[in-house]
Design a protein around this ligand. Structure first.
Ligand SMILES: Cc1cc2nc3c(=O)[nH]c(=O)nc-3n(C[C@H](O)[C@H](O)[C@H](O)COP(=O)(O)OP(=O)(O)OC[C@H]3O[C@@H](n4cnc5c(N)ncnc54)[C@H](O)[C@@H]3O)c2cc1C
Length: 406
């Protein structure tokens, strides 16, 4: 019987402990907090979007970094198996819009409770308020871990310490230190799934305005590096909302200050069709001001901003708008330009992008290629995905695979 230590009682750590216990190991789970799964409690607005009910091909399209690395783990603990795991362990789940899966109870705490219950049932020894401060390695082999109470010998260690975002939940970057100290490369950490700070001050004027059915695209050195249709909103610092979060994940490893964002407020209409619509609207409302006529086309708070950028005085009558002004208006509506100041701080990001280099981890076992008996799973690894339940599923699957092989 091997002795396995799991560091971190979050999404990946709980599944790692379950996997390791299923294999008949003696399992010790060390969690620095007073309770397990603190981050799980705040996921999915406290409802926990635990996975995405889709096939593996579609699933991996939503993994931004290193999707191929996940083939084995996503086969060993697939979405299907995850769903049946929770159902057979007394937690019914439901699938909502966008294939997002939630517990029927709509309580994230039920996920943690279920995982804890299975750990206890499988004989996992859970130590709360126990921060691991070091991993002991000798001649390239794991020998144990260290807490402030002393050394703890073991045959395997699974590092499930999460990222560095929302550090109050316990994930404050210890895993990266362990990885570096044991000879691993940590790919630079970046905020992902976060808001974007914009240089133009019109965003703060629009604070609170949310937009549906728009396209946000990101452009770097003449290339379109991101483009997505959906919802977003303006905030005091710039922009946020679903398509902005996805955009942040795609651009966070580029030269942020050189990226231009373009917002198409009318993606369903071509420039020509929008122009024809304005010709008709302006002719019907000849004596009205352009800002009055635009109310049928744009949210009210956007109108003065769009007109200012287009160089059209808002009091101007429709009959006085020149064709050049009209073309400028169409162009601005289809290409509202925003320059990026920065991404929001990593502490606020839903996910930490970067982490232990996947080249140094065996994807079939999650074991380090550098230190025998050392495993990494979950957000500490350089894998990150879009929203929709993909990040938790990845943590579950990589954790479980590491546990089975520890
Ligand atoms: C607000 C928010 C909402 C989210 N919503 C969703 C969602 O709905 N769906 C989804 O798929 N993803 C969501 N995510 C992302 C998801 O929560 C994470 O990707 C996932 O929790 C990562 O799991 P993990 O086990 O790697 O890390 P964590 O869940 O962060 O767990 C790490 C654990 O390790 C412990 N730990 C750290 N260092 C030590 C140490 N030295 N000793 C002992 N213990 C230690 C920590 O206390 C923590 O409990 C959300 C994230 C946030 C911030």
């Amino acid at each position: 019987m091997r002795t396995v230590v799991v560091i971190g009682g979050g999404a990946s750590g709980l599944f790692a402990a379950i996997g390791a216990a299923e294999k008949g190991n003696k399992v010790y789970l060390f969690e620095k907090n007073e309770k397990l799964g603190k981050k799980i409690y705040i996921t999915g607005k406290e409802r926990c979007n635990l996975t995405n009910n889709t096939d593996i091909q579609e699933f991996l399209k939503n993994v931004v970094r290193n999707p191929k690395f996940l083939y084995t783990s996503m086969n060993v603990l697939s979405v299907e198996k995850t769903l049946s795991f929770f159902k057979t362990n007394g937690l019914p789940v439901k699938t909502e819009r966008g294939n997002r899966v939630f517990p029927v109870s709509d309580k994230a705490s039920d996920i943690t409770k279920t995982l804890e219950k299975i750990c206890v049932k499988n004989g996992v020894n859970i130590f709360l308020n126990k921060k691991v401060i070091d991993i002991i390695v000798k001649d390239g082999v794991v020998k144990g871990i260290k807490t402030k109470e002393g050394l703890f010998q073991c045959d395997s260690v699974i590092v499930c310490t999460g990222g560095i975002s929302y550090s109050k939940t316990g994930s404050d970057g210890d895993g990266y230190k362990f990885a570096e100290k044991t000879g691993h490369t940590v790919i630079p950490l970046k905020p992902a799934l976060c808001g974007i700070e914009i240089k133009e001050n019109f965003c703060s004027k629009l604070q609170g305005l949310s937009l549906k059915n728009v396209v946000l695209s990101a452009h770097y050195k003449g290339k379109t590096v991101f483009s997505e249709f959906g919802e977003m909103l303006f905030t005091h610092y710039g922009i946020s909302g679903p398509i902005v979060l996805s955009c942040s994940s795609m651009i966070n490893r580029s030269e942020i200050s050189k990226i231009t964002l373009l917002l198409d407020l009318k993606p369903a209409l071509s420039n020509e069709i929008l122009d024809k619509r304005f010709i008709r609207d302006f002719s019907d409302g000849r004596l009205k001001s352009v800002s009055t006529i635009l109310i049928s086309a744009l949210p009210k708070s956007l109108i003065p901003i769009i007109l200012e950028i287009s160089g059209i005085p808002s009091w101007k009558k429709c009959s006085e708008i020149t064709s050049c002004e009209r073309k400028n208006l169409v162009y601005t509506i289809k290409n509202l330009k925003m320059n990026i100041k920065n991404l929001r701080p990593i502490e606020e990001a839903i996910i930490t992008s970067g982490g232990v280099d996947v080249k140094q981890i065996n994807p079939k076992t999650m074991e380090s290629k550098i230190v025998k008996g050392l495993f990494f799973a979950g957000e500490v690894v350089d894998i990150d995905s879009y929203t929709g339940g993909f990040n938790l599923q990845t943590a579950f699957s990589t954790g479980y695979l590491a546990g089975l092989n520890s």
